[in-house]
Design a protein around this ligand. Structure first.
Ligand code: DLL
Length: 453
């Protein structure tokens, strides 16, 4: 017998706000609070982090010279390399005995960056995650299936504590094991799904193969983040699973998930501005950009105790959405992250972003949003191959149709990228599937023998 009562399915009232005092604070008041917190944070860093104190000295700024919020632009940046150079604990601003949790960033190269949380940091993290969950429609009536990895990655534990704080019933399913995820979705009556957007698509497509009709499930909302995704992917997830999907963003170096998340308006992610000061800067000149202009996101933590970050260069590309949101929150909103400065491939001098390929593929019903960019170097020349999965329907169609689509895709990719790429259509289901963050680029230019598979 199912324990899921019909009430579980009722939609929560739109625009419930978890912490109205913080989320709907008057702008002037919020800015005054941010300045006070910033000054305290900078003074603390200067006292307790010799590496940052030296940086400030080199930049010729003293903590007491931070007089207004705009003065943040006078402070030196922090980069991932800074954190790596002080691996593992060199940037901590409190003794280790005050640290109650450690996580580490997911990096593909070298050592990870280690991040710590004091008891108060855990409290703040839980609070900011609860805010975006409620903003995206979660309530204590929900059963939340968390399919993020539980471990050093901040996704699983971050969402877990926030959802528990809201009072929802939390299922720590962790990532992977799709069969078990489907069993839980069906038998436990999950109403909310938490995972990467890549995995949400994968799971949605796997349901019919496992004989499960998505409309027979109780799912109604989904919270997706941890990697780049696009509006068409949101539409795909929403229509396949019959849910409302919201985007949320964060990174280990400043907290994990919880920096910002969408409300049900889905027009930008509300920033937890009493905990994070977000700037957008020109990635070349590093000069601050006005709201609405696209650049690199730079984040200063305002309350983090264990390892505060001052002007952390995220490498993520986005912009602040100007204007007020209809939901009543007064916090500034960060638009969808459209890519990373370091995901950019330079192929024969042309800048190529994986997101451009995704954009093209989503215009073709016959192609799946499963793709891989393979870069090789032969005789000093870069070659880009784009491997794209075709739909089952096209695969079993006539050869002629396959050729037509191939031609059209090739043309669109060439026009979009501005560089010739070799297009390889591959069988449905043949590219690797990811249960966490997707990896779309295989750059073999510095591999010993290039790639020949
Ligand atoms: O991915 C934290 C997180 C977990 C956020 C779960 C949301 C949900 P890291 O592993 O340190 O932390 O990776 C951070 O992932 O700099 C972005 O490049 C990317 N990223 C995270 N969320 C989004 C998003 C977590 N909503 C890096 N859209 C960030 C686009 C995202 N990219």
């Amino acid at each position: 017998m199912s324990l899921v009562t019909p009430e579980r399915r009722t939609a929560s009232p739109p625009h419930r706000i978890w912490n109205p005092q913080a989320e709907c604070m008057e702008t002037d008041l919020r800015r005054a609070l941010q300045l006070e917190l910033l000054r305290e944070q900078v003074a603390r860093m200067n006292r307790h982090c010799p590496y940052y104190a030296a940086k400030m000295q080199a930049a010729g700024i003293r903590p007491q010279e931070v007089q207004c919020l705009e003065d943040v632009a006078r402070l030196p940046f922090t980069t991932k390399e800074d954190l790596r150079d002080h691996y593992p604990y060199g940037i901590f601003a409190v003794p280790l005995r005050e640290v109650v949790r450690l996580h580490a960033s997911t990096g593909t190269t070298g050592k990870p960056t280690v991040v710590g949380y004091t008891r108060q940091d855990m409290e703040n993290w839980t609070e900011v995650v609860a805010r975006f969950l409620v903003a995206g429609g979660l309530s204590d009536e929900d059963i939340v299936q968390i399919a993020f990895g539980y471990g050093l990655f901040t996704g699983g534990f971050g969402l877990h504590y926030g959802a528990e704080r809201v009072g929802a019933t939390v299922i720590p399913a962790s990532s992977g094991n799709t069969e078990r995820q489907i069993m839980i979705l069906r038998d436990f009556g999950s109403t909310a799904l938490v995972c990467t957007p890549t995995y949400a698509v994968y799971l949605a497509e796997a349901l019919p193969r496992h004989g499960v009709d998505p409309s027979s499930l109780n799912l109604r909302v989904g919270f997706f983040g941890g990697e780049f995704w696009s509006e068409p992917i949101r539409e795909k997830i929403q229509s396949l699973l019959g849910i409302v999907a919201t985007d949320n963003y964060g990174l280990s170096e400043v907290v994990g998930p919880g920096v910002c998340g969408e409300c049900l308006e889905r027009r930008g992610m509300h920033i937890a501005e009493d905990h994070f000061l977000v700037e957008v800067v020109d990635p070349q000149t590093l000069a601050p950009l006005p709201d609405g202009e696209t650049g690199e996101v730079v984040i200063t933590t305002l309350t983090k105790q264990a390892n505060p970050a001052i002007r952390y260069r995220t490498r993520d590309i986005s912009r602040i959405v100007p204007g007020a949101c209809a939901c009543g929150r007064t916090t500034r909103r960060l638009a969808r992250v459209t890519g990373r400065t370091d995901d950019m491939l330079i192929i024969r001098g042309v800048n190529v972003f994986p997101s451009q390929i995704e954009h093209v593929l989503l215009q073709f019903r016959e192609a799946e949003p499963h793709y891989l960019l393979v870069v090789t170097r032969e005789k000093g020349l870069d070659h880009l191959e784009v491997r794209v999965e075709v739909s089952q329907e096209l695969f079993s169609d006539r050869m002629r149709r396959l050729w037509e689509i191939r031609e059209a895709l090739q043309q669109k990719i060439d026009n979009t990228l501005g560089v010739r790429a070799k297009l390889t259509l591959v069988e449905p289901g043949s590219l690797e599937r990811f249960t966490g963050k997707a990896k779309r680029v295989l750059d073999l230019r510095n591999a010993p023998n290039g790639e020949q598979s």
